[in-house]
Design a protein around this ligand. Structure first.
Ligand code: F6R
Length: 610
């Protein structure tokens, strides 16, 4: 999952390309590189690490008037994150430069064919076959447009490719299959990039390329062609709708902390204009066009990955309890391989912050021809998942910059509450109570944020541990999973999330004085059950941190080494408040351990490869 960008115009092409790469760092930050055409000579500069490292290197070079440049920020798939493996990749004579996002599945086959035709490779990447293959066809046809198209057709897998070449120094070539790519149209320049943020610096309008499309982009013109059916594509440009991608950290040390502290605003934005307490109704404009279909469905399959999947697990409990619809949550990466029968009255609900997660996109594609209703809960407006679903509800959480998802989860669970209420009107005795409580939840979230100093003290005390167990039941079970995931991804501590009732079926064997347990016991209905699981932990000398409400504290106080008391809310809303607690706990633990919180090792914000 990498970010790609290209610019052709009159000004210094490196500037908009670097601006685009900085906006694309959420896709990967192992290495970065550019190729540019300066006075008809092509150069390539690459650097390991962040885009800022590349910027520093470029600042030290005397570069004259590059009016065409392409760039890349990498998340390593094939080959380690070294300068050699960084993009752009080029052919032996350095006349063809390629940046690529995705995976070329038949790269070994192409590599052996090219090696037998005397092509030599220097890197271990799948990408390197592309410039060599284009060169191979260029030698054959002597025509770059034809060579590019023919090479692209040979590639199997998923790709967004951008190429610049000495043979056509005023053109940028681009092609996509299962990996997003856009053209940005400016006044006296054009751009290509992975998304709107990549081209926003110098573009006013945008064209989203579809699968099997290639484009040839010049300063004043562009052509799009479908390389499968060989037809020219005429697509209307759209205005660029972009949220404030350059959001600043303000007074916060990290984006993650800032985003956690945005929880009250996030809940507020997700319910804004959607609940009416005077009429006791929920209005979801994004679902109105499919309302009749939705009211007839008898099963919902929620598809998502990572934190969004855990939001989906909360959604499962909510939709079943409030809307009385059977729900199944599946990891998008696994759904693809299942051969389950899917009835016509099944609706698919995809949840994604970025709207660009490759596994979720592939899962949605799997049901494309089955005629099932596909709805989305997406944060990023205009993203691939937002565009490929029949209807949906936006999260309105605003751009999430920190790699670890925080406020997006809170928005997703708020939206799932709204959908459950909207579908469940008249079905659930809880309807009025939940609607009323949702309206005041932003204020309640502020009270949880006020616990930050307490949570920080506890986190610092336990930050030296190498293992952690997270436990919860029912609505608090997904929070145990999410708590463990947050801790692993930013503090690099091994953590397990379990349904509390499962402890005695195996995981209890792990517990000793060095394996602390973080237990979510705020559920009015289930805290006593969880308390008995904690007795078992205590009996094995395990240290225990509990999250309770005033009412539930009594059952676990004596068992707890540490206790965090949150406000009382209906169980259905606990995940929203407990998300803040586990996010803060992970954040302060990582802070104490000195890790790179906003950009944890080996990860990227948007996972655009399967
Ligand atoms: C964890 C995290 C990831 C994402 C997952 C899905 O903090 O951020 O697990 O939740 O990659 O991403 P989206 O929601 O963009 O589809």
């Amino acid at each position: 999952m990498c970010g790609i960008v290209g610019y052709v115009g009159r000004g210094n092409a490196i500037k908009p390309v670097l601006a685009g790469l900085n906006n694309l760092e959420y896709r990967g930050y192992d290495s970065a590189g550019v190729a540019f055409c300066s006075d008809t000579v092509f150069h390539s500069v690459k650097q390991v690490g962040r885009v800022s490292a590349l910027e520093s290197e470029l600042a030290g070079l005397a570069i004259t008037k590059p009016n065409l440049a392409i760039g890349h920020t990498r998340w390593a798939t094939h080959g380690s994150p070294t300068k050699l493996n960084a993009h752009p990749h080029y052919n032996g004579s350095r006349t063809i430069f390629v940046v690529h996002n995705g995976i070329i599945e038949n790269h070994e086959e192409i590599r052996s064919m090219l090696e037998s035709a005397n092509y030599h490779f220097v890197s271990k990447t799948d990408t390197e076959v592309i410039p060599h293959l284009i060169d191979y066809f260029y030698q054959k046809f002597g025509n770059m447009d034809k060579a590019f198209e023919t090479a692209v057709k040979e590639l199997k897998g998923a790709y967004a490719i951008v190429m610049s070449t000495k043979h056509e120094p005023t053109k940028i070539y681009a092609a996509r299959l299962s990996s997003p790519l856009v053209i940005g149209l400016g006044k006296d320049s054009n751009m290509v990039g992975s998304d709107a943020s990549a081209v926003a610096d110098s573009s006013e309008q945008i064209i989203y390329l579809d699968d099997y499309e290639l484009a040839i982009v010049e300063r004043k013109t562009y052509k799009i062609k479908n390389f499968k059916d060989k037809k020219a594509v005429d697509r209307q440009p759209e205005e660029i709708v972009l949220e404030d991608v350059a959001a600043s950290k303000g007074d916060y040390e990290h984006f993650m902390l800032k985003e956690i502290f945005e929880a009250p605003k996030t809940i507020q934005n997700s319910i804004l204009g959607r609940i009416n307490l005077d009429t006791n109704t929920v209005k979801l404009g994004g679902l109105e066009s499919v309302e009749n279909n939705l009211r007839n469905i008898d099963r919902i399959i929620i598809l998502a990955c990572g934190t969004s999947y855990y939001a989906g697990l909360v959604g499962e409990y909510l939709l079943e309890e409030i809307a009385q619809i059977p729900v199944e949550v599946q990891l998008a990466s696994e759904f693809k391989y299942r051969k389950e029968p899917l009835g016509k009255n099944t609706a698919i609900l995809a949840i994604s912050q970025s709207g660009e997660t490759a596994d979720t996109i592939a899962a949605l594609k799997k049901v494309e021809d089955l005629g099932l209703l596909r709805i989305g809960i997406v944060n990023a407006p205009g993203s691939t998942i937002a565009r490929m679903t029949d209807a949906g509800v936006y999260c309105h959480a605003g751009p999430e910059i920190s790699v670890a998802s925080t406020k997006a989860f809170i928005a997703q669970v708020s939206v799932l509450n709204l959908i459950a209420l909207w579908l469940g009107q008249g079905k659930s005795s809880l309807y009025k109570e939940l609607l009323t409580n949702l309206a005041v939840l932003p204020k309640t979230a502020e009270k949880v944020l006020a616990l930050a100093p307490t949570i920080q003290q506890i986190a610092e005390k336990y930050a030296h541990h190498s293992d952690f167990m997270f436990l919860g039941r029912q609505y608090e079970f997904p929070m145990a999973l999410e708590g463990a995931l947050k801790l692993k991804e930013i503090s690099y501590i091994h953590a397990e999330g379990y349904a509390a009732g499962e402890m005695k079926h195996g995981p209890l064997a792990l517990i000793d004085e060095n394996f602390p347990t973080f237990a979510l016991c705020a559920s009015k209905n289930l805290y006593e059950k969880t308390a008995s699981n904690l007795q078992e932990v205590k009996a094995r000398s395990g240290k225990i941190i509990t999250v309770t409400t005033k009412e539930t504290t009594k059952a676990v106080k004596n068992l707890s080494n540490e206790n965090i008391v949150i406000p009382e809310v209906p169980d259905q809303h606990l995940p929203i408040l407990e998300a803040i607690v586990v996010q803060l706990f992970a954040y302060y633990t990582a802070l104490a351990r000195g890790t790179d919180i906003d950009k944890p090792r080996n990860l990227a914000k948007s996972v655009t490869v399967e």
